[in-house]
Write a protein that binds this ligand. Structure first.
Ligand SMILES: Cc1cc2nc3c(=O)[nH]c(=O)nc-3n(C[C@H](O)[C@H](O)[C@H](O)COP(=O)(O)OP(=O)(O)OC[C@H]3O[C@@H](n4cnc5c(N)ncnc54)[C@H](O)[C@@H]3O)c2cc1C
Length: 418
């Protein structure tokens, strides 16, 4: 039996849920259905990340990331206050450990100021020590607006609001095929067909497959990068007061191994960034032949590997050797020892990789017929989710004049379904 709706959203991660809420806020008459393969919301990236509300420092001025992170962080703090979601504006420091890293720190400060990040302040060694007594560096950048949050709790609060506003969320429902017709989008799912006037795909690690099924180009491809964390022993948590980050490699879209206090009091060290053989490789050894084949067959993979083989080797070293992993953080917290850490959780980044071998840096939203596709939404997309949702709703209005059905549409739909 087919189920008809104005708007179907694939994926109940933080983005899909934020888009569903935004659509219902704009048009309470819209029928909205979210379809999610797992039996909980926020299972994948939304539930496996650093839990940091980024302030918008790192991103190229004028990029979507820059604009939507600054706006999204502001909106997220307000949303958490309204919905009693645990959040703390604890601030963060980015530490330059040597004079060679100062130009990198300068570049970050310049970007942060261009992007309108509030409260940025340059610190000398003594001021860094006042904020983070165990951190060591020649200079640092302090961002008081950066915070920590429970992103799965944000996803649950969004889901609650979607349901309250009349939306429906189908859990345990896998989309297996997409049929893009001139007047509707038909999804084949494990629970039957869903027929929608419009669709928004927010499928994270699986977004390229669904986009291609809907008629979009193969470029870019999602390549999974596993991020592993270590956890500080509870008695060593006092090594870190808030968040301590290195100056990242500007050639990579990852921020480097950092020390992150979590909203539940835990302190994590990580994440690493290792290309893996499954889009859900929460265990390092998990390999899914289809995922691995898709990565290996993609021309961009080898082009990227040629460029970043040294980084790849270092990442393999972190995976194989805990002491090497700890050393990455020891550079700026020298007291940290391998005995201070325990194994921690992991996440898998859905990172888009172009055919040309370039890791796609900015958020990418593309369009086919009656659907929009989020094709690259890595960090800071959780922070930016409410602002990305507004952008998607604007694009949906531009692209296909998204609106609720009129009585006439409803009569026709009822007639068609009979
Ligand atoms: C290690 C790591 C650290 C990070 N740290 C941060 C951070 O500190 N701050 C920050 O802002 N961001 C961070 N991020 C990024 C952030 O987690 C993601 O950008 C964000 O969660 C993306 O949300 P999403 O809804 O697009 O994806 P997801 O949460 O992955 O949701 C996609 C959903 O689509 C569903 N789906 C896929 N295919 C189908 C199908 N065929 N049928 C039905 N459902 C389907 C999946 O089951 C999933 O629930 C981090 C990410 C990782 C991995």
């Amino acid at each position: 039996m087919s189920d008809r709706t104005d708007l179907v959203i694939v994926g109940a991660g933080i983005l899909g849920l934020a888009v569903a809420r935004e659509a219902l806020l704009r048009d309470p008459g819209l029928t909205v259905r979210v379809v999610e393969r797992e039996d909980r919301v926020g299972t994948h990236q939304t539930g496996h990340n650093s839990g940091v509300v980024h302030a918008g420092i790192y991103y190229a001025p004028g990029s979507l990331k820059a604009r939507l992170c600054v706006e999204g962080a502001r909106d997220l703090y307000a949303f958490c206050a309204q919905h009693d979601v645990p959040v703390e504006r604890c601030g963060k420091v980015i530490v330059a450990t040597s004079a060679e890293e100062i130009p990198g720190l300068d570049a970050l400060e310049w970007r942060g100021r261009q992007n309108g990040v509030p409260g940025l302040r340059r610190l000398d060694r003594r001021e860094l020590r006042e904020l983070e007594p165990h951190a060591e560096g020649v200079a640092a950048l302090h961002s008081p607006a950066t915070g920590i949050v429970d992103f799965p709790a944000v996803a649950r609060a969004l889901a609650g609001e979607v349901i309250e506003r009349g939306g429906r969320i189908a859990l345990g429902c896998v989309v297996t095929g997409v049929d893009s017709r001139p007047d509707e989008v038909v999804l084949q799912t494990s629970a039957g067909e869903v027929v929608a006037r419009h669709a928004v795909f927010c499928a994270g690690a699986w977004s390229d497959r669904l986009a291609i099924a809907a008629g979009a180009p193969a470029d870019p491809r999602i390549v999974p990068f596993r991020g592993a964390y270590l956890r500080l022993r509870p008695e060593r948590r006092d090594l870190v007061r808030s968040l301590i980050y290195p100056v990242p490699d500007p050639a990579l879209p990852f921020l480097g191994v950092h020390l992150t206090k979590h909203i539940d009091g835990d302190v994590l060290v990580g994440p690493t960034a290792l290309m893996v053989g499954a889009r859900d490789a929460y265990r390092l050894r998990r390999v899914r032949p289809r995922d691995l084949a898709a990565t290996l067959a993609w021309p961009g993979t080898f082009r990227m590997a040629r460029r970043f083989w040294r980084t790849g080797l270092a990442e393999m070293g972190y995976a194989a050797n805990r002491a090497a992993f700890v050393r990455a953080a020891q550079r700026y917290v020298p007291e940290l020892e391998p005995e201070d850490v325990l194994p921690g959780p992991s996440g898998v980044r859905a990172q888009a990789l172009g055919r040309d071998g370039k890791l796609v840096d900015d958020f990418v939203i593309s369009h086919t017929g009656r659907a929009l596709h989020v094709r690259n939404a890595p960090s800071p997309a959780a922070t930016s989710s409410l602002a990305i949702a507004r952008l998607i709703a604007d694009r949906a209005q531009e692209a296909f004049g998204l609106r609720a059905r009129t009585d006439n549409d409803r009569r026709e739909a009822a007639h068609g379904a009979a």
